[in-house]
Design a protein around this ligand. Sequence first.
Ligand code: IDP
Ligand code: MG
Length: 148
Amino acid sequence: MKERTLVLLKPDAVNRRLVGEILTRFERKGLKIVAMKMLWLTKEKAEEHYAVHKGKPFYDSLIKYITSSPIIAMVLEGESAIKVVRKIMGVTDGVEAAPGTIRGDFALSIQNNLVHGSDSVESAKREIPIFFDDSEIYDYQLSDEKWI
Ligand code: IDP
Ligand code: MG
């Protein structure tokens, strides 16, 4: 099933100049960028995005981290995009993440783990509008789609 998922390149990705490296991994898999922007999250928007984690021991630190610098937000589209992005990201803790994944290759922290990807269709539906209006998400064809 073709899906759309929200991907964030978090403050550590931007500050460590890993934006291109990470984007390349999603692009070469065959995922399509249908929306993308740089933004600096407000505390309010960060709390909305991470609402499910409110009350957890790491919540305050997480909000501080995600609002500490500009980030890149994007919507990626493709076959099973939600699962595929999560696999390319690796598990939450950089120490546990498999080599070959983004977190496995570049992270040693459970908090500073470079990327966010929606974890379900319902999460994607909730998260995408926090970052993008409908008019900022593009329906278009890429010439190589029939090969992917
Ligand atoms: P995910 O990003 O792999 O889906 P979640 O459990 O949804 O992981 O947690 C959201 C974010 O909160 C993580 O990506 C990470 O930045 C941070 N986080 C999760 N668990 C911990 C923790 O135990 N300590 C510190 N930060 C955490
Ligand atoms: Mg999550």
